[in-house]
Write a protein that binds this ligand. Structure first.
Ligand SMILES: Nc1nc2c(ncn2[C@@H]2O[C@H](COP(=O)(O)OP(=O)(O)OP(=O)(O)O)[C@@H](O)[C@H]2O)c(=O)[nH]1
Ligand SMILES: [Mg+2]
Length: 299
């Protein structure tokens, strides 16, 4: 195995322009709805949003919660609530959360609605926008919440037709283009977690290293799920090589990887293990939630 090297130079070129557009858009809204990935609620945030959205009502939606460990997600909800955010867990692929989101919007903007009332303004629409890093489900959420295919999944900056607002439930207007932020990956662990959930392009990553890291994490935190998914039993470790200098954690992970590779038929001609293929299998299973509901970050 190669030395650990999680590549981080994947920053898209049009970042500055998109960010400037988002700063302008935020000025137009009362409420900022931030979407994060429930499996990594911290690593999938960009902390700059707290500066960009100051003075606005704030909601955090923990999306893809169907893939995350529910008990851990609930702890994250308490965590964000304590910090003053309104917060909900969500599966945007279903339409079941819309009512809860609607009522959260009203709660989050209650002060504003009250202030307006005192000034004699009734039923002024609340303007909201969605923000978040790539791939957290912004477009899926907008489409589900508005009940139409408005947001495209591939975002194109530079549309000059003016802002499109979508009216929802009578009193809320949603900007139909989400604001895209970029994750802060100065910390290697953050980059690694983003890669694990598939938010960083696989081609620039060492996927074998990544799969091994997932195995290590699962073996430590979700052992039963890992063993059940791949029919692993303790006796596969009988032949783990204890003579080498490799640390036991790495040796165990590699043993599991070899076992999965053989089980899934990830072999090269001649019978050697095809590690790239095996890593692909493990990553796919993990990202699709086939191993189980897993949270990579805890409060
Ligand atoms: N399991 C699960 N998948 C989801 C959920 N929400 C979105 N997805 C999937 O996540 C992927 C990314 O969703 P998008 O809506 O395109 O994400 P986005 O944030 O708009 O991405 P960019 O436009 O690239 O910034 C898609 O394959 C969605 O089907 C969810 O709640 N659960
Ligand atoms: Mg999108």
């Amino acid at each position: 195995m190669e030395e650990k090297k999680t590549a981080i130079n994947w920053y898209p070129g049009h970042m500055t322009k998109a960010r400037r557009m988002m700063e302008d858009d935020i000025k137009l809204v009362d409420l900022v709805i931030e979407i994060v990935d429930a499996r990594i609620p911290l690593s999938s945030r960009n902390p700059d949003i707290d500066k960009l959205a100051r003075n606005k009502s704030r909601i955090i939606l923990l999306n893809k919660s169907d893939l995350a460990d529910d008990a851990v997600t609930d702890e994250w909800i308490s965590y964000f609530k304590e910090k003053g955010f309104y917060c909900l867990k969500l599966n945007s692929r279903l339409n079941t959360g819309n009512r809860a989101v609607n009522s959260l919007i009203t709660t989050a903007c209650a002060d504003k609605i009250e202030r307006d009332k005192k000034r004699g303004i009734n039923n002024r629409t609340i303007k909201a926008m969605i923000v978040g890093i790539p791939n957290v489900g912004k477009s899926t959420f907008i489409n589900s919440f508005t009940g139409r295919k408005s947001a495209k999944t591939g975002n194109k900056p530079g549309v000059t037709k003016g802002k499109q607002w979508i009216r929802i439930g009578g009193s809320v207007e949603l900007l139909d283009t989400p604001g895209i932020l970029w994750p802060k990956i100065e910390d290697r662990n953050v980059g690694e977690r983003l890669a694990m959930i598939g938010s960083i392009n696989d081609q620039i990553l060492n996927i074998e290293e990544l799969a091994l890291e997932i195995i290590k994490f699962l073996n430590k935190n979700y052992k039963k799920m890992l063993f059940d998914r791949f029919d692993i039993t303790e006796n596969i470790f009988e032949n783990v090589d204890t003579e080498t200098m490799m640390n036991p954690e790495n040796a165990t992970a590699l043993c599991i990887m070899d076992y999965i590779a053989r089980k899934r038929g990830c072999l090269k001609k001649g019978g050697d293990i095809d590690y790239e293929k095996a890593a692909g299998c493990i990553l796919d299973d993990f990202r699709e939630g086939k191993i189980g509901r897993i949270s990579l970050e805890r409060v």
